[in-house]
Design a protein around this ligand. Sequence first.
Ligand code: KG4
Ligand code: ZN
Length: 364
Amino acid sequence: MTRPLTFLGIESSCDDTAASVVALGPDGPTILASVVRGQGSLHAPFGGVVPEIAARAHAERVDLCVEEALGTAGVSLSALDGIAVTAGPGLIGGVLSGVMCAKALAAATGLPLLGVNHLAGHALTPRLTDGVAFPYLMLLVSGGHCQFLIAHAADRFSRLGGTIDDAPGEAFDKTAKILGLPQPGGPSVEAEAAKGDPTRFAFPRPLLDRPGCDLSFSGLKTAVLRLRDGLVAEKGGLTETDRADLCAGFQAAVAEVLAVKTARALDAARDIEPGLTTLTVAGGVAANSAIRARLSGVAAVAVLPFVAPPLALCTDNGAMIAWAGLERFRLGHRDDLTFSARPRWPLDEGAAPMLGSGKRGAKA
Ligand code: KG4
Ligand code: ZN
């Protein structure tokens, strides 16, 4: 019997320090350990992730996370076949912490090293969790990203469209802030929305009148702000019902926009890849049950299976990086100790930069 291929994965691109050990044997992949250390409490007083605080916390914890992951997996460094690390895109100080740790380990052990694109980690997760076959469509929806990707192979992706301003998770977080709900905003807005009437307030459906798969979410957050200010001016404050109805209306608008654009992206993806196997979703916003339900409905209409990885593997983690490294390793990819940490790194380097991607170029 062939020995499993075993990889260590390290992730530190935002506010989670993570390390994981993933093994690929004849029966498929197994996550032997996955350690994720969040930094929520460090950033909470500032209402958002503070890059310097994140970088310092990653530098302090990353080697401890690696040690814990190896210990839990019962795997020594010498039993590994390779080391994968997020090399971007992300907050550069954090990415550097992980990359330096991985390079030091590779230099000391002589193990193969792979610098992985964080988005590839998310995009390949459905293969780790459900063995999804290429080609498939991935909707990546998180606090920092929103894009439709065709995964043709572990090293080849096409971006069909994405947000031209905020990511949906960012819009959930800002909505929570406007309404005085706790962060992260996604779960708290979803909980309020469950008690509310989605039809009471008229929310826009941004970009639905425009062809293509691009999305926009900043207008929805502004609509929440405007409606809140109107209610406050009229009645001096918000009732529980007002808050729940605002959350329900906002969430219904996000879910509908995502559903309609996903249906379009599926059509476009099938034109390019007629043998498309699956609709998949990943990223923190994929935790939202209303959004999952709408996407699952879109897949059913298109007569395609729908795969949403378990929540712990939808949000940032080290297993997806170990897996992406392992998949690239099997295709013959290797990096040497000179690769750079990249704050910006589009997964589909051939795609035109998204509108609003900034003067410094496309972020992702
Ligand atoms: O993928 P993730 O953990 O981190 C990155 O952004 O990379 O995603 C976090 C985002 C946050 O904006 C959070 O509010 C959102 O995912 N989120 C949700 C839900 N749970 C988390 N958004 C909507 N509904 C949820 N249940
Ligand atoms: Zn992520």
